[in-house]
Design a binder for this molecule. Structure first.
Ligand code: 5AD
Ligand code: SF4
Length: 441
């Protein structure tokens, strides 16, 4: 069973990226080694996302493409995991007949036994049982040599049931991991070279609620702030309703917490926010932003926005643009509303035509591009602390890192800066990145 190759293709969020890492780590103990080339693989897993229809389509077309590889290499095992796998279960075989197994979001720990059965019997297998408690794989994914950023899942699932979102149906109810286990994992990551950790969860601000032992997200940030070797703490995603003053104060009180928050607002119209089940108003959101900026004047704020939610009128859309003008986000992920099966919004009336959603999205993105560029340009002349993550995409002889407020910086250096925290003087700004000169080391 030695020297088999596994190729995992990941779609969707950081949660999926992390699940993919876990699957690879799990299978290393069963004789598999990762490869970057699907052609060389003995096992291919497509880790899917189902948040929007487009994500579904990508996964199907990718799985379709692997049919050719399977014909050439009959021993090749093809599996699918993630949210779409959870959603479709056995139905997947109707769409993709050459598939060998379907692994749900609560079943990652079952992967070795699923593989063993598929190999032994040659029959397709579905493993999508929904467990109340997501069983842990018991695996800490140690960053590859030279990697200084690591992810830690602090909670699973989500209880919010935002009307548009399929996540609670596919990832289950919210469940926080034990406080001590998380801190121990961060310590272990630090001792294997991680300098930055990103805490992951659908709604990290409500961390601790399901524990019932008094632990909460602010306490977790403070505890991780004490871990020797970790210089930066990031987290995603925050829900505006659960962003407490305690958490906001951590941006000032816990030095290692980076000055960036991803705080999805989804809409600038109170009527639409209500229909979305978001449980805050635009005034509530503006007040939280004001508080964040008061506590941490340098904070960069990014967000998610949906256009064309059922019932969204031109006036609602204008309210969204107006909110964007008021806040001036540092970055924004924006989406056309995509109807997801089983969600509350799929039963709402007032569907917005596709062309109209497209028009609104283009207008919104043009405005955001302007804001992003202005925000980036304002960094020129500043000295920034940069954690160097790798090489620049455009020029492999240059280095790439991130500022504390999550901007990409490219710079040249004769010395090897990989994995180091350096000081860079920002000399130019573009739409997606900054350029700078390294200050003497
Ligand atoms: N349609 C469009 N966008 C969606 N998102 C989640 N569900 C949908 C949907 N059905 C967006 C939200 C969320 C982000 C991760 O994806 O903006 O914050
Ligand atoms: Fe989906 Fe809302 Fe939960 Fe985020 S908070 S995962 S948008 S239901």
């Amino acid at each position: 069973m030695s020297d088999r190759k596994i190729y995992v293709q990941t779609f969707g969020c950081q949660m999926n990226v992390h699940d993919s890492e876990q699957m690879i780590e799990l299978l290393k103990g069963h004789g598999y080694q990762p490869t970057r080339e699907p052609k060389r693989a003995d096992l291919i897993i497509v880790n899917t996302c189902s948040i929007r229809e487009k994500a579904d389509q990508k996964a199907y077309s990718q799985l379709g493409r692997y049919r050719g590889l399977k014909r050439k290499k009959p021993g090749l095992i093809l599996g699918v995991s993630g949210c779409l796998a959870q959603q479709l279960g056995g139905e997947f075989f109707k769409k993709i007949p050459h598939l060998d197994f379907v692994l749900g979001t609560h079943n990652i720990h079952r992967l070795p036994s699923v593989l063993e059965t598929v190999e032994r019997t040659g029959s397709p297998l579905v493993e999508t049982a929904f467990h109340e408690t997501v069983p842990s794989t018991g695996i800490v994914t140690i960053p590859e040599k030279g990697t200084v950023t690591a992810f830690v899942t602090i909670m699973q699932g989500c209880n919010n049931f935002c009307a548009f979102c399929v996540v609670p149906y596919l990832r289950g109810v919210e469940e926080s991991r034990k406080f001590g286990d998380i801190v121990a994992e961060v310590r272990m990551l630090a001792s294997s070279g991680a300098k930055e950790v990103t805490l992951l969860g659908q709604n990290v601000n409500s961390y601790g609620k399901t524990l019932g032992d008094g632990h909460n997200f602010a306490l977790l940030l403070k505890a991780i702030g004490e871990v020797h070797g970790i210089g930066r703490i990031r987290f995603t995603t925050s829900h505006p309703r659960d962003l407490t003053e305690d958490i906001i104060r951590c941006f000032a009180e816990v030095e290692k917490v980076c000055e960036h928050i991803h705080l999805p607002v989804q809409s600038g119209s109170d009527r639409i926010l209500k229909r979305m089940n978001r449980y805050y108003t635009r005034e509530d959101y503006l007040a939280k932003v004001e508080k964040l900026r008061e506590v941490c004047p340098d904070i960069s704020i990014t967000s998610d926005m949906i256009v064309g939610f059922p019932g969204e009128t031109e006036a609602d859309f204008r309210a969204t643009l107006d909110l964007m003008e008021k806040i001036r986000f540092d970055g924004l992920f924006s989406f056309k509303y995509s109807e997801r099966p089983g969600t509350a919004a799929s039963r709402l009336d007032g569907k917005v035509p596709m062309e109209e959603k497209g028009r609104r999205l283009r207008e919104l993105q043009a405005l955001q591009e302007k804001h992003t560029l202005q925000k980036n340009l304002a960094c020129v002349g500043r000295k920034e602390e940069v954690l160097v993550e790798g090489y620049s995409k455009q020029n492999r002889r240059e280095f790439m890192g991130r500022t504390r407020n999550n901007r990409i910086v490219n710079f040249g250096s004769r010395e090897n800066c990989l994995g180091r925290t350096v000081s860079v003087h920002i000399s130019a700004a573009y739409q997606h990145s900054l350029r700078g000169e390294l200050e003497p080391l």
